[in-house]
Design a protein around this ligand. Sequence first.
Ligand SMILES: N[C@@H](CCC(=O)N[C@@H](CS)C(=O)NCC(=O)O)C(=O)O
Length: 305
Amino acid sequence: MDIILHHYPQSPISEKVRVVFGLKKLAWRSVQIPRIPPKPELMPLPGGYRRTPVMHIGADVYCDSQCIIREIEYRYPLPTLLPGGSGGMPWGLARWIDGPFFDAAITVVLGHQAEQLPQDFAADRCRLYFGPNYDLDEIQRTVPHALAQLRAQFGWIEERLQCGRPFLLGSDPGLPDALCYYLTWFVRGRYNEAEPLLNQFPRLLEWYGRVADVGHGSPTDMTASEALDIAAASSPENNAGIDPQDPQGLAAGQRVAVAPDGDGGDPEVIGELATLNNAEIAIRREEPLVGEIIVHFPRVGYTVR
Ligand SMILES: N[C@@H](CCC(=O)N[C@@H](CS)C(=O)NCC(=O)O)C(=O)O
């Protein structure tokens, strides 16, 4: 069954996933989606989840890079993304990269050039990343502080590479490389003054070249309607059930709403609870265009109610 990724080229979080496909040397299908809502041809699959990327395999839809990467590691265990028995730790690292490191980068990128970006795009992203009461002047004023935070965190990666290992965990690339790479790729591509910033980190730049050489695996384009047809012709396969020790005491089949934590204004996705455990929340939905699908979310960073 094809791995289908809905994404757009400029999306940094999608770049994280594309590098993971490269590390696994996977063949995958690429569906390009709009950079801002509405995304009418995508929405029947994640049921309102608006972030990028989304992956689906048949009628199982995976939202959020955390959930996508976990599923890829499960289905294609070799070569592992967690070399040297490092399982567990890289998920915590992802919370750092996607949290404070990403926040500093997005403040620098948006604060530095919001005025040069298309207005609808800048407004959408400021609302998403800075909340409903965002103030562009204030974001612009905090750029020097955010830059200092960003620079110090790049310094940690430089320090990690100091002993001469080619990748962050040693001789083999893994998830930490995809994580640190996508953020560096984002800053390098979208911040006008990235060069003098990144030139302060020579080991990071060498390492960056090695990870870039990993590539993206083998993507081939697919249209959104082909992707919907595949979901419609498939049945969901992956349902791990409810962990009886789950602290929220929810039951299989209960009607629930799932959304990312935070005040980004992300819509809730509604369905019947199918899976709930430490790794994931999955809900079953009936969608007129595609029939029965299961939408999977990570547990950490998402609210189910
Ligand atoms: N926690 C999510 C974050 C995804 C995210 O914020 N992606 C950005 C693009 S890189 C996004 O959704 N932007 C708004 C959009 O594409 O509509 C993940 O890891 O997948």
